[in-house]
Design a protein around this ligand. Structure first.
Ligand code: ATP
Ligand code: MG
Length: 239
C-alpha cells in the first residue's frame, strides 16, 4: 500500500522555485533515504510534505488524503511527524517534559506505554529524564528529537539529517534505532549526507540534484552498484 505519494511537486520559498516536477512514492512500512549534494533540495522536499514551503504545483497525498492545503500545525493530526536538523528539542525543559509535551494528546495509559518504548530504545533518556534537554550531547539530543516525534505514534516520520555532527559510532546506533522504529510499523523518510551508512539499513533511496530526482532504486541495488553509488552519491561502497 502506498502511504505517501508526491506527484509532480514544484515548491520553494516566495518567488523562488527549488523543487521541479518531483514525484515519489513511499510504501507503508518502508524506510526511504533521500540523498544528494548540499542545496539540492532535500530539506525543501521534507519541509514541503510538512507544509513548510510554498507549493507551486503538484500534489502530496498521505494514504489518499491530499495534504497540499493542510497547515503545518494540523499535519501532526494526520499522522506525520517532522524532525528538523536543528532546534528540534526544547532546551530549557527537561527530557521528561519534552516527552510529555509530545504525548499531550495521548491517554495516560498510551503515554506511559510510549514512554516505556522510548526508554527501551534509548535507555540514556530514562536515566537523564529529569535533566534539561539543553544539557544533552549532540547525539543524545538527536535521540530525544527522534523520540519526541515518535511519542504520538505517527504513521510517517520525516527526519532531516539525524546523523549530522555525530561520531560514526553514534551514527550507526541512531540508524539502527531508526530501523527498529520502522520494524514497528512506522514509515520513515530520512534525509542523509551519510549515504553509505544509511543505505545499509534503509529499503529504498532517492537521489536529488537541483530540485529533481536524478536516480532512485532499492538500497541493496544502489550499494551493489559501485559505479552508481560513486557517481550519484560520491561514495564508494567498500565498508
Ligand atoms: N527559507 C528559504 N528561503 C529561500 N531559499 C531557501 C530557503 N531554504 C532553503 N533555500 C534554498 O533552497 C535550496 C535548497 O535548499 P535545501 O535546504 O532544501 O537543500 P539541502 O539539499 O537540504 O542542502 P543541505 O545538504 O545543505 O542541507 C538552496 O539553494 C537554498 O539556498
Ligand atoms: Mg538540508
Amino acid at each position: 500500500m502506498t502511504l505517501l505519494s508526491v506527484e509532480h511537486l514544484s515548491a520553494g520559498y516566495g518567488k523562488l522555485q527549488i523543487l521541479h516536477d518531483l514525484s515519489l512514492s513511499v510504501e507503508a512500512g518502508q524506510f526511504v533515504g533521500v540523498f544528494g549534494p548540499n542545496g539540492s533540495g532535500k530539506s525543501t522536499l521534507i519541509k514541503s510534505i510538512f507544509g513548510l514551503t510554498r507549493l507551486f504545483g503538484g500534489t502530496i497525498r498521505l494514504d489518499g488524503v491530499t495534504l497540499n492545503n493542510v497547515p503545518t500545525e494540523k499535519i501532526g493530526a494526520y499522522g506525520v511527524a517532522y524532525v528538523p536538523q536543528t532546534q528540534n528539542v526544547f532546551t530549557a525543559m527537561t527530557i521528561r517534559e519534552n516527552l510529555l509535551l509530545a504525548g499531550r494528546h495521548l491517554s495516560h495509559g498510551d503515554l506511559e506505554h510510549r514512554l516505556s518504548e522510548v526508554f527501551k530504545t534509548f535507555p540514556i533518556l530514562r536515566e537523564r529524564q529529569l535533566q534539561r534537554a539543553g544539557q544533552l550531547s549532540g547525539g543524545e539530543r538527536q535521540m530525544l528529537a527522534i523520540s519526541i516525534a515518535f511519542v504520538p505514534r505517527p504513521r510517517l516520520m520525516l527526519l532531516d539529517e539525524p546523523s549530522a555532527a555525530l561520531s560514526p559510532l553514534l551514527v550507526k546506533e541512531i540508524f539502527k534505532q531508526l530501523r527498529r522504529l520502522c520494524d514497528q510499523g512506522i514509515t520513515l523518510v530520512v534525509v542523509e549526507q551519510n549515504a553509505r551508512s544509511l543505505l545499509q539499513l534503509c529499503d529504498y533511496g532517492y537521489v536529488l540534484r537541483e530540485g529533481q530526482i536524478v536516480f532512485q532504486g532499492a538500497a541493496a541495488d544502489i550499494l551493489a552498484d559501485e559505479e552508481t553509488a560513486k557517481s550519484y552519491l560520491g561514495v564508494g561502497t567498500a565498508r
